[in-house]
Design a binder for this molecule. Structure first.
Ligand SMILES: O=P(O)(O)OC[C@@H](O)[C@@H](O)c1c[nH]c2ccccc12
Length: 265
């Protein structure tokens, strides 16, 4: 299954990275960074109305190359100007053509919080996210057993990082809640067969406690998806492909918000 393959490749990537920057050195750098108080990523999601996390993603296993031309800094600036509440940046290099440097440069450029979108399989990667300037890091339940997930969320807390904990079913939601997740994301894309059903996140919203911030991720194509998610008390949506493929991201975002026409394609 693709997720296991990505996890194995990520283990190799982390092992190689450790040879360049040992864990001790990385931790020292992470804890020496100034930390914005109050978890800005969670503040962005908790604001009144639906919050928008806009994703900078060049490619994906399900879609291949999404954006040949990839001015990632301009894209991030455009998202921020268009009213994004946070940015999600892929740093996984093999399947999503992401880079750590994209995250670092974007975090230095925009004022809104940046989520490190990668496949965390080692604590090391959480310290990396902090040093790169992320305000949040994705933790995928399917890759991290509950005890370790609890530990990773605690490490995030000590760094002033928010954890976006991604769950795919009822069991993983209960693990996320048990581990202390304050932000839970549900991926509408099934990572086994790449099928997409926005109903995934509407269905699972009710299983997460109301006080948990809930993010619907993936497969959001139009204002009808947004309206449906809003009705189901979702706090935020995470949109990648629909925005990455649009010529005018500001127009597309206002179209998705139900404020404009769809000629932002
Ligand atoms: O491009 P989409 O369908 O709008 O999806 C964005 C985002 O949700 C998706 O990239 C994603 C959700 N969870 C992930 C975990 C790893 C990598 C990527 C993802």
């Amino acid at each position: 299954m693709i997720l296991e393959q990505i996890a194995r490749d990520t283990e190799i990537r982390v092992t190689n990275q450790k040879k360049k920057v040992p864990l001790g050195t990385l931790k020292k750098a992470a804890y020496s960074m100034e930390t914005e108080t109050g978890f800005p990523f969670e503040k962005a999601l908790a604001k009144e109305g639906l919050s928008f996390i806009c994703e900078v993603k060049k490619a994906s296993p399900s879609k291949g190359i999404i954006a040949e031309d990839f001015p990632y800094l301009d894209i991030a600036r455009e998202y921020e100007a268009a009213g994004a509440d946070a940015i999600s940046c892929l740093t996984e290099p093999k399947y999503f053509l992401g880079r750590d440097s994209y995250l670092k440069e974007i975090a230095e450029t925009v004022k809104i919080p940046v989520l490190r979108k990668d496949f965390v399989v080692e604590e090391y990667q959480i310290y990396e996210a902090k040093v790169l300037g992320a305000g949040a890091v994705l933790l995928i339940c399917a890759l991290i057993e509950p005890e370790l997930l609890k530990r990773y969320i605690q490490v995030c807390d000590t760094l002033g990082l928010s954890a976006l904990v991604e769950a795919h079913d009822e069991k993983e939601i209960s693990h996320a809640v048990w581990a202390g997740a304050r932000v839970i994301g549900v991926n509408n894309r099934n990572l086994k067969d790449f099928s997409v059903d926005v109903g995934n996140s509407t269905k699972l919203r009710a299983l997460a406690p109301k006080e948990v911030l809930f993010v619907a991720e993936s497969g959001i194509k139009g204002p009808e998806d947004i309206a449906r998610l809003k009705e189901n008390e979702v706090d935020a949506v995470l949109i990648g492909e629909t925005l990455m493929k649009s010529r005018d991201k500001k127009k597309m975002l206002s179209y998705l918000k139900g404020e404009g026409t769809s000629d932002g394609q």
